[in-house]
Design a protein around this ligand. Structure first.
Ligand code: SF4
Length: 348
């Protein structure tokens, strides 16, 4: 199979041009066609010599994301289920905010992390996506937004999969997204969310970027976290917190802790108190996420008043906390639900 052209950073494209006897500015022209003009094939790249276009076509493929389904919510959220070349399916979501359009991308087909409240992990991990397959989700969304003159203004890596278990592809994707000669997405408008893969948190701290880091914490202590997230047995709570403290000290950047509230499991006032004590003196922010009901699990939603009480306890203890605005509730926008339904229909 030919490699995907979206897998390559600008520097790698320039290097390819050099190795193939072309001036390196051809690499910049190609990058411009891919991300500024958003060409859908090499034949459209009219300022490249015909022989070069043919050579590119022989050696590289475009990622084709086949739209299996698309759901549009009343609130403007659009959720895609895309088919890949090998018949796997992935989800991508466009969220409309008053400050712009945000894309939630997927980094793996399925996930092996096993968070008990998540539909993405039900069938396990199938495979990693390549950088180009992650890039293609944003380019495809941008092509759709081009029709109305809108642009992708922020990216969250919070779709299916654990980005830090597909680290190199995720970093190549990020380098392509932030390049000023391409889509030029502001680094501070990008968030990578991890379940707490400790060695990768240390690695990411050394990357010298302004990209935001979010950690899915979901519990205030080791025992409860292990019940909700089996990954906690690999990377225990205290090791994750230590890596977070290192990251903050090294980068001077605030961390966001994602906390999915599950009725009567981790949403009691004592959990909020304990969490506030753990996060005391850390430069951080807590994002409270009321869980969506996953039919395969018997979790129930936290009552509205209890969500506000959880937030109040954190804030009283000087921990900045927000409640995530729910989007696309009417179209199964939670991670993995659409794909899970699709897989189920395939096996019937
Ligand atoms: S929440 Fe994220 S890391 Fe956890 S199982 Fe789902 S996709 Fe994987």
């Amino acid at each position: 199979m030919k490699p995907f052209i979206y897998d390559y950073t600008l520097e790698q494209l320039q290097q390819w041009m050099k190795e193939n006897g072309e001036p390196s500015f051809r690499g910049a022209q190609l990058f411009d066609w891919l991300y500024v003009k958003r060409a859908k094939g090499f034949k459209d790249m009219t300022n490249l010599p015909k022989a070069l276009r043919e050579k590119l076509d022989e050696q590289f493929a475009f990622v084709t994301l086949q739209e299996i389904t698309k759901f549009e919510s009343k609130d403007g959220t659009v959720k895609f289920l895309f088919g890949l070349h090998d018949n796997h399916a992935i989800e991508t979501v466009i969220m409309r905010h008053n400050y712009g359009n945000s894309i939630c991308v997927t980094t793996q087909v399925g996930c092996r992390i096993g968070c008990t409240f998540c539909a993405s992990t039900l069938g396990g991990l199938k495979r990693n996506l390549t950088a180009g397959e992650i890039v293609a989700q944003v380019v495809t969304a941008q092509q759709m937004l081009d029709a109305t003159g809108e642009r992708v203004s922020s990216i969250v890596i919070m779709g299916s999969g654990e980005p830090f278990e597909n680290y190199d592809a995720t970093m190549a994707f990020l380098r392509i997204m932030i390049h000023e000669k391409g889509l030029n997405i502001g680094q501070r408008h990008i968030t990578v969310s991890t379940s707490g893969i400790v060695p990768s948190i240390y690695k990411f701290a050394e990357e010298n970027t302004q990209i935001n880091l979010a950690i899915s914490i979901h519990a205030p202590n080791d025992a409860l976290r292990s019940k909700l997230m089996p990954v906690n047995r690999r990377f225990p709570f205290e090791e994750v917190m230590e890596a977070c403290r290192y990251y903050i000290a090294k980068t001077g950047r605030r961390i966001t802790f994602e906390y999915a509230l599950i009725g009567s499991v981790n949403d009691r006032p004592e959990h909020a108190e304990e969490l506030a004590d753990v996060l005391k003196d850390m430069m951080c922010h807590v994002n409270l996420i009321p869980v969506n009901h996953v039919p395969e699990r018997d979790y129930v939603r936290t009552p509205r008043e209890d969500i506000f009480e959880f937030q109040r306890i954190l804030e009283r203890k000087k921990i900045n906390a927000t409640i995530r605005r729910e989007q696309g509730h009417d179209i199964a926008a939670a991670c993995g639900q659409l794909r899970a339904k699709h897989m189920e229909s395939q096996t019937r």
